[in-house]
Design a protein around this ligand. Structure first.
Ligand code: PBG
Length: 321
């Protein structure tokens, strides 16, 4: 007798019935870039299909996302001015804070997450304050916490620190609690590798470092036990969810972290992963839509519950069909 697993693959209906992992619009978080100004919707050249918005056009985009069933977004801001300490990051009148207020006043049900980092706000492009030529971990914590506080004060549901300073989850949690924001959550980029896959984002966010690189504070791609350690530390400090980033080159890490942590694991399917598919699709080399869906499903299969992806809108269109 031949054992025939293929019987379970015979028709689309049977395949749908037995599929172990699936993708839903509830899993997707759309990243959005916001600038100061009015009426702005400028295409981002390094990320085809993505745009820089101003707060007014952003609200229009959020309306479209709501219509597609997407209920979560993460905001990145491009400030009016940069300085050595990234002080615009906690300015209540900056693009992110204004946009959160605008979105929440029209669409209070939209889950608004804000990225908390200094690299878009510092003139040197590093994620923290520079002392003696390198990023100083401890003096960066206060600014990060103040930034997080200004975001939740504007109405953000979750702040997502992506700077990779040690101790920032605890510092943020303490400041939010002492200001009464007990219910505002922290999604920590606990496991963030020093990756070449962030290239298109750094063009979009104008956040490439002016000197050196981020290997001093982001993780070494050769390490895996360290990922578990970082995740457990952030959970102990009070993180409500954790992010592994990038996604596809680190599916083993998603799976390992998921096994060790009793919190929802998020994966950040980053700019380079997005733009590679877009570029190959533009050349007619690949079926971009199928690659998109296969990539996102693989990230779910690895163990992520939530996927931050520039494909969120497009994937929702496909899922709704
Ligand atoms: C900010 C931040 C980055 C990303 C998310 N938050 C860039 C970086 O670390 O250089 C990358 C996102 C992407 O590539 O899509 N620190």
């Amino acid at each position: 007798m031949i054992i025939r697993p293929r019987r379970l693959r015979r028709t689309p209906e049977i395949r749908n019935l037995v599929r172990e992992s699936s993708l839903s619009v509830n899993d997707l978080v759309q990243p959005l870039f916001v600038k100061n100004g009015k009426g702005i919707k400028e295409p981002i050249p390094s990320m085809p299909g993505q745009h820089h918005f101003s707060e007014d056009t952003l609200v229009g985009e959020v309306k479209e996302l709501m219509g597609l069933g997407i209920r979560s977004i993460i905001l990145f801001g491009l400030p009016e001015k940069k300085d050595s300490t990234g002080s615009s990051a906690f300015d209540d009148d900056e693009a992110v804070q204004r946009s959160v207020r605008a979105i929440k006043s029209k669409y209070p049900d939209m889950v608004v997450i804000t990225d908390v980092c200094l690299c878009e706000y510092t003139d040197h492009g590093h994620c923290g304050i520079i002392e003696n030529g390198s990023v100083h971990n401890d003096s960066t914590l206060e600014i990060l916490a103040k930034t997080a506080l200004s975001h939740v004060n504007a109405g953000a549901d979750f702040v997502a620190p992506s700077d990779m300073m040690d101790g920032r989850v605890a510092a943020i949690r303490a400041l939010l609690d002492s200001n009464g924001f007990y219910d505002s959550g922290i999604i920590s980029y606990a496991v963030k590798y020093a990756s070449a896959f962030y290239g298109p984002f750094r063009v979009a966010a104008e956040s490439a470092p002016e000197f050196g690189d981020r290997r001093g504070y982001q993780m070494d791609p050769g390490n895996s036990a360290e990922a578990v350690k970082e995740a457990l530390l952030d959970i102990k400090e009070g993180a409500d969810m954790i992010i592994v980033k990038p996604a596809l080159p680190y599916l083993d890490i998603i799976s390992r972290v998921k096994e060790k942590c009793l919190l929802p694991v998020c994966a950040y399917h980053v700019s380079g992963e997005y733009s590679m598919i877009k570029a190959a699709e533009e050349r007619g080399w690949v079926d971009g839509k199928r690659m998109m869906m296969e990539s996102l499903l693989s990230i779910k299969r690895a163990g992520a519950k939530i996927i931050f992806t520039y494909f969120a809108k497009e994937a929702a269109e496909t899922l709704n069909r």
